[in-house]
Ligand binder design. Sequence first.
Ligand code: PNS
Length: 191
Amino acid sequence: MIAIYPGSFDPITLGHLDLIQRGSRLFNKVIVAVLRNPNKMPLFSVQQRIEQIRLSTAHLPNVEVDSFDGLTVNYAQMQQAQVLIRGLRAVSDFEVELQMAHTNKTLSTQIETVFLATSNEYSFLSSSVVKEIARFGGSIDHLVPPHVALDIYQCYAHQQTVSNPIKTETTQNLRNLPMETPMETFPEWEV
Ligand code: PNS
């Protein structure tokens, strides 16, 4: 049975990795699918996130990494998957996730959503929490794989050291942002 684990993964955390590892023991193949979402302003480009996930899951032979746009169920059908994996951390997740599972069921009766309870030690963890801690100089070494921590530290270190940024191509490259990202989106960068 093939399972899709869809998400933003901006960036992948140890909580995500825990779910991928456990999912890989339950299904023949798990495809971690990064949503290409034009409405979100990510810290990392889709390609960077794919690389981060590939490195994090290199030890799992039945895990693949891909990106997709549009509806998750369409992507799942295209991959001939039967299952969507989603993690549940708390009751607050349940409400949102149940609505998403019901919505997906109306779009395709062939795809089942399987919820995995997040391991206790990661029940508080999200990509947003990681970014917030790093942004204010805290340690995230216990929350993300080491190479991801490095990527994040680099992003925010550049943000702090470049105190008077000129809105140039070079400056945007420093932050590892997609080139199309308008600088106006980052008020803290305004001089
Ligand atoms: O990591 P996230 O941001 O919680 O993942 C959310 C995701 C990508 C699984 C969800 O937004 C999604 O499936 N988007 C694709 C569009 C879609 O299929 N919408 C219908 C279900 S609500």
